[in-house]
Design a binder for this molecule. Structure first.
Ligand code: ADP
Length: 209
């Protein structure tokens, strides 16, 4: 996080004099306590300072990169997931290709009549099916998809870093975010490499600190 000059000054004062009350920090800077309040709130929220009731502010000793890493480790799938695009297992490869273009996604999730997850279709799955001379309107996607139980899933409360690790290990682009039910997995989201890139960029730009 880019600290303002005043925030830097506050950190230095607390480093040298902490624990120190907000009142005393304000005095040292010849400012009012009220003027300082937003800066103290930001520094506390960002983890540079900690506040103890009736004791005052003290320096946590954490560097900017330590604080960013802590933040990254707390990110959950839910905060970054996208809307899933699903197709029924009976649609044709042709229609699945159209859906992929129209919805502008690289992975489709395939569901059964009850809307529960039965498979995954990637771009290459559809390209492979298009290589022969078959009529793509006649081939249902369930013939070519990666099917359960071989589909790797994740949950909205999973850590983003763990989901990212799975994408790397399995060499896939997307995970369906699912909810358990007795009949199967309900697809509630889509976690892709793009979502992970967004998390990284957001963290770098520090919009969440
Ligand atoms: P592409 O094939 O377009 O490069 P992927 O790398 O995501 O996209 O897919 C590679 C293979 O892995 C495909 O056969 C696809 O069906 C399968 N696959 C994709 N996502 C998953 C998943 N979540 N679980 C299991 N298999 C998957």
């Amino acid at each position: 996080m880019d600290l303002s000059d005043r925030q830097h000054q506050i950190v230095e004062i607390v480093k040298e004099n902490g624990p120190i009350t907000g009142e005393n920090i304000a005095e040292q800077l010849s400012l009012t306590r009220a003027t300082l309040r937003p800066d103290l709130a930001i520094l506390t929220m960002a983890g540079y300072l900690d506040a103890r009731p009736r004791v005052g502010y003290f320096y946590t000793g954490k560097t900017g990169s330590e604080l960013l890493t802590e933040k990254l480790k707390k990110f959950k799938v839910q905060e970054f997931q996208s809307i899933p695009v699903v197709v029924s297992e009976d649609v044709s490869v042709y229609d699945a290709i159209c859906t992929m273009f129209l919805e502008d996604v690289g992975t489709l999730f395939v569901v059964n009549e009850g809307a529960y997850l039965v498979g995954v279709l990637s771009r290459k799955d559809l390209l492979r099916a298009s290589l022969g001379n078959q009529d793509l309107r006649e081939i249902p996607v369930h013939i070519i998809m990666t099917r359960m139980p071989n589909v790797t899933i994740c949950y909205k409360d999973d850590l983003l870093l763990e989901a990212g690790q799975i994408l790397i290990e399995k060499q896939i682009d997307a995970l369906p975010v699912v909810k358990d039910s007795e009949q199967g997995y309900e697809v509630i989201g889509r976690l892709t490499k793009t979502n992970l890139t967004k998390a990284l960029v957001e963290l770098g730009r520090d919009q969440r600190v």
